[in-house]
Design a protein around this ligand. Sequence first.
Ligand code: GAL
Length: 355
Amino acid sequence: MFTRWAALATAAALLTATSGCSGGEQAAEAAGPQRGTVGLAMPTKASERWIGDGENMVKQFELLGYRTDMQYADDDVDVQVQQIDDMIDAKVSALVIGAIDGTALKSVLSKAARNDIPVIAYDRLIRDSGDVDYYATFDNFKVGVEQGTAIVDALKLKTTKKTFNLELFAGSPDDNNATFFFNGAMSVLRPYMKKGILNVRSGETKFADVATMRWDGAVAQKRMTRLLKGGYDVDAVLSPYDGITRGILTAFQEADRKLPVITGQDAELDSVKLIASGQQTETVYKDTRELAKVAVQMTDALLSDEKPMVNDTEQYDNGVKTVPTFLLQPVNVDESNYRRVLIDGGYYTAAQIGA
Ligand code: GAL
């Protein structure tokens, strides 16, 4: 398997060497003849992370000599199903899918299987289908643990004698990741809730009550606005994703309320700016360049009759099978380390963040 990673590293080096020219094409030529087209079905451009995911994969596939057909579905499930169907008709060699509704692809994926097209689930598990071959993602439970821990640390709950009011938000109920994030966070927060150190005054603590359809910041803002009318202070908010966090913070600002301790995910530029200015407490950074590398490596291995490298064969049961998975590690980012992790790590420039 190391040869596969090595090939990728060589390809990446080639990109650096050829930058300035039309790097993709030159490197593709250098990597050998055309090796088929990979269909990339991405959920939405509304969130900047998915744009980065797509661009990173296209770049890396081209370096290995593949063409790509990348489609974004604007968070519309039917559009995504149609796009995948069209890719199958166009005889793509493989499919890499960032699903919108992880339960809605069963039928189109059985068509992919009939056409011998391997399928990689990208970041989000595709559920209820036996036709998903591999899954590339981050340790999703750990993402939630990082978020819960950020709240515990910011409120100094390990040593405090005070009590605090907390409200909970979760992600989209049709995205398998959302439950993993929520369960991870609750594994850290629940003991403090049981002791009465953290109180959810709204009483809304079940996943179904706190989920946010399509990860939509506007939906979260509306719910937060309602909760802020409850007549009590809200000291902390568990938020699963930066776009939701920004919606929640807007609700606080509009209600002229003191901003809470609040979490996030994805290290989106707009949220990193809020961290730099002290308005958002933390985000969970997931290096999409690395995730793209894993998905490209998996696809390339499958198309080269090799076995993709995985490191988890237990956690991701999709209802039909346990999908072999490669898990990357998420990183907690806050005011104390965003410069080192994000700027020194080359994810953003200081100028972009304005820091
Ligand atoms: C999840 C993903 C998160 C975040 C969210 C909203 O599936 O794991 O990182 O991007 O979708 O897009």
